[in-house]
Design a protein around this ligand. Structure first.
Ligand code: GLN
Length: 497
């Protein structure tokens, strides 16, 4: 069964459809792999083997009975622990929600179940999705499968590590400032942040509601496209959900030449502060895009220089409001409810005990930024920068079909190395944040290993709002060319666990 865990979702889907393997066999292979390696990787916070096998058996029974199944029926998936799944723990990597079992499914989860995708468990993440390393999880960090002493990115490090460790062929992430794309970059996997509103936020525990977006993660561009098709689409339960037909992302991922595609290289993303090996692999990828027929030009987006500062006002402002509901009254943890404390004291004690230092920092920042007298200077200015960033994108997309940059300034850094320096942690997202602020779509895919440390480097492709299919066209062509050059996918280079 070792063989099954190395298959792509597409290959597994074909094997399942032909009857060569059962959903149970595929699930068991992955559950066994989790049992074998996850003590070291710690990608998962919760695995319910019996629950997973019940779902797999049900799929097998219905397939045997001749039921028409969806294209990914029986393929396993790792779910970020920020999405509500009925009856299963949903902690968001926080002590605050320990013991909470949602009474309902997030729309994304419901779509996965409707598509008969087998859910293996819930993956580790930075507390309430705040962070770039998964070290802010209250349950201990996830380790990068390429080097267990290094971070797997964040906040969705658990989902990305599960893919890279061959514990799951598919995963769900959420991306508010880069939490799908940066973990993908540092683990040698693929991750997509869809256009804001393309995938429902209903049942996603909100970080910053105007930025949050769930999206697909996998080891190949095509698998990511298949999962994208399963989860995207209008949802009346999310007021910002887009009501429009989406083109076939899987068909888009089959594109192999890029003749006539105009690719803009963003001058502001990729210079100073970016590791030499990251820049080297990026330059090589640019040459490859050109050889595939793309027309690569440099574009300037001057307001991007202010994106990080604007994000770290908008995000704390929104999260201080969103996290106000965790007060010990309704969900999870309650501290001091012993008859000796008032309701307000219980709320204060619960929040002090339940939130870790990064969450506390951001709640305080956001509360300050929104306070009367400061609102216009901070939150108001940040919103104006957001408009300027949107205009920069509009101008760039007037002459380009997609934009590109390195996804992350560095490869995976050592665990613990940035914990005392929040700003250097925040700088991990310098290239991914503009996309969230403007609401458009972005992908990260692996383009090689940095010569200085042998760790994966990611390239970011950015598409205009609603132009998600372009990510798959360019990503699919680039990946095919890279795989042809290497003779295999990048994870074949990863050391054995
Ligand atoms: N690293 C970013 C942050 O800390 C990303 C968060 C996210 O996308 N959820 O805010």
């Amino acid at each position: 069964m070792d063989d099954l865990i190395r298959r792509s979702a597409r290959e597994l889907a074909d094997l399942l459809q032909s009857g060569a393997v059962s959903a149970r066999e595929v699930a068991v292979a992955h559950l066994d792999r989790i049992a074998e390696v996850d003590e070291r990787v710690h990608a998962f916070l919760h695995v319910d083997r019996a629950h997973t096998l019940t779902q797999a058996d049900d799929i097998d029974a219905r397939r045997r009975a001749g039921e028409q199944m969806g294209p990914l029926a029986g393929v396993p998936l790792a779910l970020k622990d920020v999405l509500a799944m009925r009856g299963q723990p949903t902690t968001c990597g926080s002590k605050m929600l320990e013991g909470w079992r949602p009474p309902y499914n997030a729309t994304v989860v419901q779509r996965l179940l409707d598509n008969d995708i087998v859910i293996l468990g819930k993956t580790n993440m930075d507390e309430f999705a705040m962070g770039s390393s998964t070290e802010h999880s209250a349950y201990g960090p996830t380790h990068n499968p390429w080097d267990l002493t290094r971070i797997p990115g964040g906040s969705g490090g658990g989902s990305a590590a599960a893919l890279a460790a061959f514990e799951a062929p598919l995963a769900i992430g959420t991306d508010t400032g880069g939490s799908i794309r940066q973990p993908a970059a540092v683990t040698g996997t693929v991750g997509v942040k869809p256009t804001y509103g393309a995938v429902s936020r209903y049942g996603l525990v909100a970080l910053a509601s105007s930025l949050d977006q769930p999206g697909p993660c996998a080891r190949t561009v095509e698998d990511t496209a298949m999962l994208h098709m399963a989860i995207a689409g209008h949802d009346p339960k999310d007021s910002t959900s887009l009501d429009m037909p989406w083109p076939d992302m899987v068909a888009a991922a089959q594109r192999r030449d890029l003749a006539g595609v105009r690719v803009g290289l963003v001058r502001e993303l990729g210079g100073e502060g970016f590791q030499a090996g990251v820049r080297q692999r990026f330059d090589e990828a640019v040459a490859l895009l050109t050889s595939l027929g793309a027309d690569v030009v440099e574009v300037s987006c001057p307001s991007f220089d202010y994106a990080l500062a604007a994000y770290y006002l908008i995000l704390p402002s929104e999260c201080s409001s969103n996290l106000a509901k965790f007060d010990g009254m309704r969900y999870g943890l309650r501290v001091g409810d012993d008859g000796d404390h008032s309701v307000e004291q219980v709320m204060g004690l619960t929040r002090a005990a339940g939130f870790g230092p990064e969450v506390t920092r951001r709640i305080m920042l956001g509360t300050y930024a929104l306070s009367s007298g400061y609102y216009d200077a901070y939150y108001g200015s940040a919103q104006k920068v957001r408009t300027l960033i949107q205009r920069d994108f509009d101008a760039a997309f007037a002459t380009c079909d997609v934009l590109i940059s390195p996804t992350s300034p560095t490869t995976a850094f050592p665990l613990g190395s940035k914990l005392d320096d929040p700003l250097s942690m925040y700088l991990q997202d310098v290239a991914t944040i503009p996309v969230n602020l403007a609401g458009n779509a972005g992908m990260s895919l692996p383009i090689g290993l940095a010569p200085e440390d042998g760790l994966p480097v990611g390239l970011q492709i950015i598409a205009p709002i609603k132009g998600d299919a372009r990510l798959y066209e360019v990503g699919g062509a680039l990946e095919a060319a890279l795989h042809a050059a290497w003779g295999h996918g990048i994870l074949a280079e990863a050391p054995a666990l």
